[in-house]
Design a protein around this ligand. Structure first.
Ligand code: FAD
Length: 404
């Protein structure tokens, strides 16, 4: 009987094994995960769960009995330490060896950490990737404590929002000229800077960390502009690196993620990859997406293609972030944009920022504006680009843009 082994029991791994069964695969499936808990959703770790508004059970992607009921062998608290593509085996911690016919890598990513030399090993310095990270950090989020958030990307900003809501005194530093510089236009950065400042967060841009201070526990920080802060804790949100070590040691091609073709196959014909660890093709360009939407869609496409469906994966990027009462929804990918047009809504805080590459609409950031998010998403997916003048004209009936 065919045996499919999946390494990494996160969002992509869970989606992949479920899709194999729903597509009718009746061979053996083994899902191997390094964490102690069954597959769970990560987004709430920097949002509702960190805020204490969501129970752990609600994080789980499937009911506890799903895996057994679907005849999926789930091996938790187990790390794969080597792959032998010639023998078609994987080696687990404890030296168990498992054979496979087809293998999928859904190993996700590692958070970048601060080096020891700048105080990265001090107590009360946290990152947030896993449930264990969030559980370690949450008790330190106590009203009145002083926290430094290092990094103004989505994770850092979400942690800042939770900390501020919990009554901490929050400073956020971003080394680049502006928060969200890597992922969004200045118009979106401006929106979130204003939002955080209105909640009392001290946002400092163009400022890096020189050193965290303290003996065992972090007590302060020295910043690149010479300022010194007194601190009770620090949160590091400086990005992630794809988990590719296993793939590299197995001789697979890696290029900012495990290289996959349009079907999700790696450079080995019997090994596939999906999710944060995989790089894929988008409009002829090699990219790596870090989002739930991609982890699910790519993993499901890989499951189908492992079963011989031959359906190319065509990423349709989307993403969201929650900060205070603002829901940001992003459709498309703004890679290489040449202009951004802002549409303000009727109520305060309602705004959508429309990215164009030449005359082509490629992405939309919608803040508290689900309607324009949906309209933007459908326009992008249909390959339609209204003129920017229509987008910015408050009199435009946006829904009418969808009419042929
Ligand atoms: P993961 O979910 O990271 O799963 C990979 C799993 O593989 C891990 O459990 C890991 O332990 C395991 N693993 C790795 N190596 C091995 C090995 N050798 N042996 C066994 N197991 C191994 N996305 C959004 O779209 N919207 C959001 O608002 C959003 N918020 C986020 C907030 C946080 C705090 C985080 C951390 C992420 C957020 N994301 C968000 C991103 C999203 O969660 C990820 O893109 C998604 O989880 C990727 O799924 P994955 O399966 O590829 O990786």
């Amino acid at each position: 009987m065919t045996h499919i082994v999946v390494i990494g029991a996160g969002q992509a791994g869970a989606s992949l094994v479920a899709k194999l069964r729903s597509e009718g695969f009746d061979g053996d499936i083994t899902l191997i995960g390094a964490e102690k808990v069954p597959p769970y959703q990560r987004p709430p770790l920097s949002k509702a769960y960190l805020l204490g508004e969501m129970a752990q059970e609600r994080l789980y992607l499937r009911p506890a009995d799903f895996y057994a009921a679907n005849n999926i062998t789930l091996r938790l608290d187990t790390r794969v330490v080597a792959i032998d593509p010639a023998a078609k085996t994987v080696t687990l911690t404890g030296e168990d060896v498992i054979g496979y016919d087809e293998l999928a890598l859904t190993t996700g990513a590692h958070p970048r950490t601060l080096p020891r030399a700048v105080g990265g090993m001090l107590n009360n310095v946290f990152c947030v990737r896993d449930l264990a990270d969030a559980d370690a950090m949450a008790p330190a989020f106590v009203a009145g404590k002083r926290v430094l958030i290092i990094g103004g990307g989505y994770i850092g900003l979400e942690a800042a929002a939770v900390a501020s809501k919990r009554g901490l005194k929050v400073t956020l530093i971003e080394m680049a000229d502006r928060i969200l510089q890597r992922v969004a236009a200045p118009e979106t950065s401006d929106y979130f800077r204003d939002l955080h400042r209105s909640h009392g967060v001290d946002i400092r841009e163009g400022v890096g960390l020189e050193m965290l201070l303290g003996e065992d526990q972090v007590t302060g920080a020295r910043l690149t502009h010479g300022d010194t802060l007194q601190l009770d804790l620090a949160v590091v949100g400086i990005g992630i690196t794809p988990a590719t070590i296993l793939a590299e040691s197995a001789g697979l091609d890696v290029d900012n993620g495990i290289t996959t073709d349009t079907l999700g196959r790696t450079s080995d014909p019997h090994i596939w990859a999906a999710g944060d660890c995989a790089s894929c093709l988008f409009h002829g360009q090699r990219i790596r997406l870090e989002s739930v939407g991609n982890a699910i869609d790519q993993a499901e496409a890989v499951a189908c293609n492992m079963l011989g469906k031959g359906a190319p994966y065509d990423p349709k990027p989307w993403f969201w972030s929650d900060q205070y009462d603002c829901k940001l929804q992003i459709a498309g990918l703004n890679l290489g944009y040449t202009a951004v047009y802002v549409r303000k809504g009727d109520a305060p805080g309602v705004q959508s920022n429309w990215y164009y590459k030449g005359d082509t609409l490629i992405a939309v950031d919608a803040m508290n504006d689900p309607r324009n998010y949906m309209i933007g998403k459908r326009l992008i997916e249909a390959g339609r680009s209204p003129t920017p003048a229509r987008i910015t004209d408050p009199a435009t009936d946006m829904k009418a843009l969808l009419k042929p």
